[in-house]
Write a protein that binds this ligand. Structure first.
Ligand SMILES: Nc1nc2c(ncn2[C@@H]2O[C@H](COP(=O)(O)OP(=O)(O)OP(=O)(O)O)[C@@H](O)[C@H]2O)c(=O)[nH]1
Ligand SMILES: [Mg+2]
Length: 395
């Protein structure tokens, strides 16, 4: 599971990334600070079953006050500018780092103080960035397909090979599924037996539709702390069909850092925090925390955690399942309680879970037990979010 951050330069992608992962990342108030992609481990948060079951868990990651942190890889790339596909800015080749991404977070400067080039501006319309960014993503995808289409299409026709299978294997890096291909072909009414007869426009439309399906996107309306942000947010929400989450990455970064340093108690995603040892804070820190508190009161959270959660649970429709060895104590072999939290696509079966845990376990899978009821699950039953499962394997 991988989530990519995209957007124009200087919008706060690296700040968002740093807040989400606490990785050591450079942030600056000028365009193209990031050149090579930053990679790191962020998290989605879910309610851990430990509270409901009244057990104390031993997570491989983290669980704080019943909030379980499930790891998600994150990727922050360079800023994209209009006509990047023609080589402007840093071009669009760096987007290839995002091939592996399952979903994208588009970080916008909602305050209108940064233009599409990442330069300071007044009253810039952030909606323009949605249009140009989607256009550039489409050029990127089109190029990937157009480069190979002639050879690819004539080869599969000559050798009489299955279109879907071949497309999946040739472009496997893009995280395409058969379902994605089917939906796209049907929607565009294309003939999959004659791909060599597709016009340039057909290939381009095919790439665009596939881009939308394989790289679903959510908007992080960042820099909500700045004055014009509120009005722009209202306006943007009316003009886009994409989900928009108000964000203040800087506030999230300040809170996570302060929490690391033991200055505050804060659980990412929550609407409040507690200052510890207030008397030790400098005046500047106090003012900073007051500003952060205003944001939390106004928008319910800094939006960073909410955006990642929405990307994974709403856009990608994932669920979290807890595999254990002992159905009574919810432990693994070593006695760790609820050690693993696994992200799976909704609709996954216990066998899919077994493969996700380990391919050997998948290979020797014979069944599963729902640990809350103690009952054996039927093989075709799909897993539910929050389910605790014991996998049964051949001895
Ligand atoms: N006011 C405000 N400023 C922010 C916020 N998030 C980031 N910034 C500032 O925006 C500027 C750019 O931040 P970066 O995180 O480097 O932006 P980027 O999108 O990664 O930029 P490139 O790597 O150049 O594409 C820095 O000065 C940040 O401090 C925010 O929530 N509010
Ligand atoms: Mg950056």
């Amino acid at each position: 599971m991988k989530v990519g951050l995209v957007g124009a330069p200087n919008t706060g992608k690296s700040t968002f990334m740093k807040a989400a992962t606490l990785a050591d990342i450079e942030i600056n108030n000028y365009p193209f600070t990031t050149i090579d992609a930053n990679r790191g481990m962020g998290y989605v948060t879910v309610e851990c079953p430990c509270e409901e079951l009244e057990v104390s868990c031993d997570p491989n990651g983290k669980c704080v006050d019943g909030v379980r942190f499930v790891p998600v890889e994150m990727l922050d790339v360079a800023g994209l500018v209009p006509d990047a596909h023609e080589g402007r800015g840093l071009g669009n080749q760096f987007l290839d780092d995002l091939r592996e991404a399952d979903a994208l977070i588009h970080v916008l400067d909602i305050s209108g103080k940064t233009d599409a080039e990442g330069e300071p501006a007044e009253d810039y319309d952030p909606h323009e960035n949605i249009d140009f960014l989607e256009r550039e993503l489409d050029f990127w995808y089109e190029d990937i397909f157009e480069r190979e289409w002639k050879k690819f299409s004539s080869q599969i026709e000559m050798e009489n090979k299955d279109f879907e299978e071949q497309l999946l294997s040739r472009f496997s890096g893009l995280k395409i599924t058969k379902e994605d291909i089917r939906k796209t072909i049907n929607k565009l009414n294309l003939d999959k037996d004659k791909p060599s007869k597709w016009s340039e426009e057909d290939v381009s439309n095919f790439a665009t539709e596939l881009r939308k399906l394989t790289k679903p996107m959510i908007i992080a309306a960042n820099k909500m702390d700045l004055p014009e942000a509120e009005g722009n947010l209202k306006d943007l929400k009316q003009r886009t069909e994409l989900e928009v989450v108000p964000c203040c990455s800087e506030a999230e970064l300040a809170l996570r850092r302060a929490s690391e340093e033991g200055k505050v108690e804060y659980i990412p995603g929550q609407s409040d925090f507690t200052v510890l040892e207030e008397e030790k804070l400098t005046e500047k820190e106090k003012r900073g925390f007051d500003l952060v508190r205003n944001i939390l009161e106004e928008y319910g959270s800094t939006g960073v955690q909410k955006t990642i959660n929405k990307a994974v649970f709403d856009l990608l429709d994932m669920i979290v399942v807890y595999p254990v060895e002992n159905e009574n104590s919810y432990t693994d072999q070593k006695g760790n309680v609820l050690p693993d939290a696994i992200l799976l696509e909704r609709g996954s079966t216990p066998e899919d879970l077994a493969y996700q845990v380990h391919s050997d376990i998948g290979d020797s899978f014979i069944g599963a037990i729902d640990c809350r009821t103690g009952r054996r699950m039927s093989a075709d039953k799909t897993l539910e979010n929050g389910q605790i499962v014991k996998i049964l394997t051949e001895k």
